[in-house]
Structures are given as C-alpha cells and as structure tokens.
Design a protein around this ligand. Structure first.
Ligand code: SAH
Length: 363
C-alpha cells in the first residue's frame, strides 16, 4: 500500500520544500490517508484524551452555556446548533441530556456537525441517537445560513494548519519542510529571503531578534473565525471555542505530534499521529472583532468552568456516588480546572453578536 509519507516525499522531490501548513494539511487531511480521515484519535486505545472524555460535567456545563445563549437570543424557534470536530459526540450528548428540561430548547435545535472522519461520524450518530439526528458537513462554509447560530468547538482549532516563521540574521523567513538529499528524510529548512508573512506578526513578536526563534501564524484559524463571526453578526448567535494556546505574544514552536498518548517526532508516524499547534487566542479575538462579533475572554478553562458552576455540579454528582466514584469525580474536576493540569493552558473564548449581553463563564 502507498504510504502517506511517500506521497509527501514525492511531492517535495518534484516541486521543492513545502510550508509547515502544507505538510500539516497532507498529514491530517489527505483525502484517503490523512490522520483525520482514518486515524484513531480519541480514547484509551487512541492517541489523546479530551475534556468531554474526562468527565460528563464538561459537556453538561457547556449545555447550560448554550441554553443560556439561546435564551439571551430571545428563545428563537429555530437555531442552528453547530459543532466543529465533535469527536465521539460525547460533548454534545452530555450537553443535550443536561438541557432536556429547558422548555422549547431542543425543539428549536437544528444540529449540524462539521466532521471529516467517517468513523467518527458513525460514533457521533450513535452518541446522539437519543436526542437528535444531525446533518454532517465537510466544512463550516457548507452549513446553511439564515437562522441564528449556536456553535461550539473543543480542541478543533489546534488541528488546523499553521505556518511558521524562523528568525534569521536578515529577518523572518518561512520555515519549510524539505528532504535531506542523501537519506530522503524529512527535515525543517528555512526559505530564502524574508517572508512577507512577517508583516502579519504582532509588533512585539516581529521585534524578537534572537536567531532561531520561531513564530507561528494560522491563516486557517483566522479565516474560519472571521467566517463564523460574520455569520453571527448577520444571523445573530454565539460561538464558544475551547483549546490549548496563549493569549498574547508567541509560544515559539508549538507544532507537536502525539501518538498513543505520547509525544512523538512530527516526521515519525505521518498519518498515524495527531499533529497540532497551540491556538493564538489574541489572533482569534482580533479576527472575530474585525468581522463584526463581540468577544468574551479568552480566559483559562479552570476559571471558565468554575464560573459555570463545576464545583456545585461535582458536589451534586458526589451525593449519589460510591466512595470510589466520588474520588473519580474529584480527580476529573481537578484535571479539568487545576492550573498545572488543564486549567490554564486550555483557554475558552466566546463570540456573540454585539446585541447580546456577555456570556456566562467570563466574569
Ligand atoms: N471535540 C472533540 C474531538 C476533538 S479532536 C472532543 O473534544 O473530544 C478533533 C476533531 O475534529 C475530530 O473529530 C476530528 O476528526 C475533527 N477534525 C479535525 N480536522 C478537521 C477538519 N479540517 N474538518 C473537520 N473536522 C476535523
């Protein structure tokens, strides 16, 4: 069988080094062999664990968040409930179970899922069967417009491609993926000259003059954010993104590969390892505001979940739990909110049409 690594190798051999963004796009989204077409991302037998897979409380609290936004919108009779990259459907399943009693909410929901992995689409169908029958799309752009939008995306933006710049003595150059001539192994290389992308870096990042420093940009993240913000400004609605990343400046080189819960070399298991980058939340906020949405946050996942009442929710669950279950509930909530676990590195940011009041979770 043809290997994805060989397809990429051949492309580089024929046409020269490719950008980090092109490399990520091939590795993750290649129509047949890409990681997000056929990999096994989630769960104990997969490559990583996400917040909704750690505890039902995560999806339940986001359900309450969505129901509050729907109420703030004036309880419209039709609203598009969109999730980007729903994984195994766990978040939405918990969110819908937790909001069954909100009068009129479920009847108003028209669910649309953006997912490119056929196997995960099956898992999502099964997880949501008790609540809704969603429609699936390859891209957010294919989600119909014309009704208010409620959108949620957990650990989705980190899977979108980034471009990298590396500081050279003569300025910022684009970081490329090429081949070592003798071994045909993948290696990073610097494009010649200065990259015009440097003009898009925030001033403080562009001013870094330590040679070898790496800065990142994600046109994929900012254009998607703009598109969602434009939709929200035109049709009304709100969106919530939770992911790992940073609020200002740069985190340097954050491209990372993860396989079976362990970091691996980004060139090691192409198509069989997850490949991600930290999300630049300042860039997300800028793109959203420029496109006409108001922005709440970013804030740490710990503060966000505490503000939504995770401690009360945990106490309630503990009341009917065995001692072992109670211990597991405590461990899960610590994992979600502790600053040295997911509480600070993971950030939440919300978009809304400017006529809505600020969202819960950001006070
Ligand atoms: N939100 C889930 C899963 C996160 S993993 C959770 O929190 O558990 C990333 C998800 O996004 C997976 O479902 C993956 O298949 C999907 N995905 C990744 N890149 C995508 C793309 N470009 N378009 C659509 N879906 C994508």
């Amino acid at each position: 069988m043809v290997e994805l690594a060989d397809i990429i190798r051949q492309r580089i051999a024929l046409a020269g080094p490719i950008t980090v963004s092109e490399f990520m796009t091939e590795a993750l989204n290649h129509p047949v062999l890409g990681y997000y077409r056929r990999g096994k991302p989630l769960g104990a037998g997969g490559d990583f664990v996400t917040a909704p897979e750690i505890s039902q409380m995560f999806g339940e609290l986001i359900g309450a968040w969505l129901a509050e936004r729907w109420t703030a919108l004036g309880s419209p009779r039709r609203v598009l409930l969109v999730e980007l990259g729903p994984g195994r459907g766990t978040l939405l399943g918990d969110a819908l179970r937790a909001t069954r009693a909100v009068p009129g909410f479920h009847d108003a929901l028209e669910p649309h899922l953006v997912e490119i992995h056929a196997g995960l689409r099956d898992a999502q169908r099964a997880a949501l069967a008790d609540h809704v029958t969603p429609r699936w799309h390859e891209r957010f752009a294919d989600v119909p417009s014309g009704a208010p939008l409620l959108l949620v995306a957990n650990e989705f933006l980190d899977a979108l491609p980034i471009r990298q710049l590396v500081r050279q003595p003569w300025g910022w150059a684009e970081r490329m993926v090429g081949l070592v001539r003798e071994s045909a192994k993948f290696a990073f290389a610097s494009a010649p000259g200065k990259s015009p992308l440097a003009a898009l870096l925030p001033d403080a990042v562009r001013a870094i003059d330590r040679f070898g420093s790496v800065a990142e940009l994600s046109p994929a993240v900012t254009s998607l954010t703009s598109e969602i913000a434009r939709r929200i400004a035109a049709d009304h609605g709100a969106a919530l993104f939770v992911d790992y990343g940073y609020d200002s400046g740069t985190n340097g080189d954050t491209l990372q590969a993860l396989r079976a819960h362990k970091p691996t070399d980004v060139f090691e298991a192409i198509g069989e390892a997850d490949l991600t980058a930290h999300v630049d939340f300042a860039a997300v906020a800028r793109a959203a505001r420029q496109a006409g949405a108001a922005v709440d946050g970013p804030t740490g996942q710990g503060d966000f979940l505490r503000d939504l009442g995770i401690e009360t929710r945990a106490a309630l669950l503990r009341r009917t739990a065995s001692p072992a279950q109670a211990e597991a509930i405590d461990a899960a909530s610590r994992r979600l909110i502790d600053p040295d676990q997911m509480g600070t590195l993971f950030r939440a940011i919300a978009l809304r049409d400017p006529s809505l009041p600020p969202a819960a979770g950001f006070t």
